[in-house]
Write a protein that binds this ligand. Structure first.
Ligand SMILES: *[C@@H]1O[C@H](CO)[C@@H](O)[C@H](O)[C@H]1NC(C)=O
Ligand SMILES: *[C@@H]1O[C@H](CO)[C@@H](O)[C@H](O)[C@H]1NC(C)=O
Ligand SMILES: *[C@@H]1O[C@H](CO)[C@@H](O)[C@H](O)[C@H]1NC(C)=O
Ligand SMILES: *[C@@H]1O[C@H](CO)[C@@H](O)[C@H](O)[C@H]1NC(C)=O
Ligand SMILES: *[C@@H]1O[C@H](CO)[C@@H](O)[C@H](O)[C@H]1NC(C)=O
Length: 560
């Protein structure tokens, strides 16, 4: 038995190694004549007898067309790729081509220093939540993403909202200072607004804003407006304070630099999320008549409109468009108009405020969409809670408190812990492994699944809060974190496949075939473990992280 298996391995390894040669050979056959034969490799190829076709029988089940010459069999990489789920591409440096083979498509980030809850959230500075296809758009009222992940109409998904906020928080720390262009602050910089004949515009001191603001009023005519011509490229995050009477709007005109293409973004007094027609994209910003600050990434807003219109995705519109004007119509007031390269903290605090505003009495952020987790367990009915949402929410709120000093964020973070102590049957997220080890469930199914990455994110929330609130004997965060770490260190070996990791433990709790983590989840596991290994010296963490990282380069656990 053993010998046969070993021989098989050797044979497979040889085949795999042969593939690269084959790729090169095939790609050169056609132009061998015109290409100077320089390298030893080409020499070897050109001296060899021409290869012949040979049938490769795969496990006696089906066949693949292969090639052979005297010494070697060459199997097409397209087959190898599917068979072993590995990746390869031809790259070129200084005109020299190379075939790059990689075992996984994901990357591991090695933390440079110990994780600090006041710093970036894990590696989230690399996340761009709003560009994801499953984000329908950024709500004009709430300033946070609306998800279509499990519900095409769109809903507020607390995990996604927290990730949006944590990504912007992390980018605020890692990115260079933004470029800021003030268009009108009512004081030092005054825009040269054009006022059409049937419109009015005045500048007045506003006691609430403590600033000189623009008051405007236009007629019902579409041409009646108060407009500011600009010519801004490169930077696309617009922010301003507005107070709109009903039926008022702000329109931003974006023009393509080369083509005759104009896109109109309308921010209108409406509760509708988004709609679009031809070149006009509309975002509802609510109907309340009070001051509010709008912060909009115009490029994201344009792309989400295109997605709604089923227009094909375009590459880097940021380089292709310029802002050519802003205009106000209806009646109301505006001030503090600026365009920046980024407004990370505004997006972060939009998420923080959403979490405070939408938190329910039990401290939860219920998910309003039905979720099918595994066919063998009942769906999670709308209103379910996730330990990952709760944990991310706590991580975000702890940072919001730390940055702003506003205790409302700290109170909300503390309230969010309560559901981690409540079992799923009572609407919470706490599962127990073999009646002994607590597990904070990303998906609180019955029976539980023990999803690994969501559990670790919940632990990070607990750690973040514990550090930011300081020593506090009556806060449960520390004990909940310690209990969770005990579970993690005990159960971690169960997630090891010997060549990768399991996403969850459904093969144990449901008795079904195991759910292997695809590479990006596996990489998430590894990143999370490296982070935790910096907080807890138990060798199981660092050893597992290193072994699992090795799996991404094709290393495997030894066999007998
Ligand atoms: C980060 O936030 C601070 C405080 O709001 C701000 O002054 C700074 O410009 C921001 N930097 C970036 C890169 O967003
Ligand atoms: C303001 O704009 C108008 C028309 O666009 C122009 O005639 C005028 O010179 C501008 N004023 C200033 C101060 O730039
Ligand atoms: C806008 O500015 C760019 C340079 O940044 C210039 O090339 C272009 O002609 C300007 N367009 C208009 C309409 O003023
Ligand atoms: C807003 O506009 C609609 C249609 O244009 C009109 O029916 C409605 O009366 C307007 N509301 C206000 C408060 O002006
Ligand atoms: C300690 O934590 C408890 C529970 O979360 C909280 O009620 C209390 O205000 C905290 N004490 C301090 C000094 O922050």
């Amino acid at each position: 038995m053993m010998l046969v298996r070993l021989n098989m391995r050797v044979a497979l390894a040889a085949l795999c190694a042969a593939v690269m040669l084959l790729m090169l050979y095939w790609s050169r056959c056609g132009d061998l004549a015109k290409r100077p034969v320089g390298s030893a490799l080409s020499n070897a190829i050109s001296e060899r007898a021409p290869s012949e076709d040979i049938e490769c029988s795969i496990n006696g089940e089906y066949s693949v067309a292969c090639r052979r010459d005297a010494a070697e069999v060459y199997v097409p990489f397209s087959f190898i790729r599917k068979y072993f789920e590995i990746y390869g591409k031809i790259t070129s440096t200084d005109g020299v081509e190379k075939f790059e083979w990689s075992h996984s498509y994901s990357k591991v980030y090695h933390p440079k220093k110990k994780y600090d809850p006041r710093g970036t959230f894990t590696t989230f500075e690399n996340y761009n939540v709003e560009v994801r296809d499953r984000v329908k758009c950024i709500s004009g009222i709430e300033g946070v993403p609306v998800s279509t992940q499990w519900e095409p109409r769109g809903f507020f998904y607390p995990t996604q909202i927290a990730q949006f906020g944590l990504a912007h928080y992390s980018k605020n720390i890692t990115e260079p200072e933004p470029r800021v262009r003030i268009l009108d602050d009512g004081q030092k910089y005054m825009g040269n607004w054009t006022v059409s004949k049937d419109a009015t515009m005045t500048r007045e001191y506003d006691a609430e804003m403590k600033a000189n603001v623009i008051r405007f009023s236009t007629s019902d005519q579409a041409s009646s407006q108060v407009a500011l011509k600009v010519n801004i490229s490169q930077d696309f995050v617009l922010s301003l304070d507005v107070l709109f009477k009903p039926n008022s709007s702000l329109t931003v005109v974006l023009q393509h630099k080369d083509k005759k293409e104009t896109v109109y973004l309308h921010y209108v007094t409406s509760t509708q999320l988004i709609y679009a027609q031809d070149d006009h994209i509309y975002y509802g910003i609510g109907v309340e008549q009070k001051w509010r600050r709008l912060t909009r990434d115009l490029i994201i807003d344009m792309q989400k409109g295109w997605a709604l219109l089923d227009q094909p995705k375009r590459k880097s519109p940021r380089n292709k468009f310029r802002i050519s004007s802003l205009s106000l119509s209806g009646a109301g007031a505006a001030c503090g108009v600026r365009v920046s390269s980024s407004e990370h903290m505004a997006h972060f605090f939009a998420a923080a405020r959403w979490l405070v505003r939408r938190q329910r009495a039990r401290g939860g952020w219920p998910v309003p969409a039905r979720r099918r987790v595994a066919p063998q367990v009942p769906d999670l009915a709308p209103g379910w809670h996730s330990a990952m949402s709760q944990g991310h929410g706590v991580s975000l709120l702890a940072r919001a408190y730390q940055r702003s000093g506003d205790a409302a964020y700290l109170r909300a973070a503390r309230r969010a812990l309560a559901l981690l102590a409540v079992p799923p049957a009572q609407g919470g997220v706490r599962a127990t492994w073999m009646d002994r080890y607590v597990w904070y469930e990303e998906y609180p199914t019955k029976p539980p699944l023990f999803v690994l990455n969501g559990f670790i994110y919940a632990l990070l929330g607990l750690y973040d809060l514990h550090v930011i609130e300081g020593e506090n004997a009556s806060s449960p965060a520390k004990k909940m974190f310690d209990d969770g770490m005990t579970s993690l260190k005990t159960l971690l070996p169960l997630f090891d496949t010997g060549s990768g990791s399991f996403y969850d433990l459904r093969h144990f709790t449901l008795g079904v075939s195991p759910n292997i983590a695809r590479w990006d989840y596996h990489a998430t596991h590894v990143n999370q473990l490296y982070l935790l290994a910096g907080l807890d010296p138990d060798p199981v963490l660092i050893n597992t992280a290193k072994r699992w990282e090795g799996y991404m380069q094709g290393k495997r656990a030894a066999h007998n």
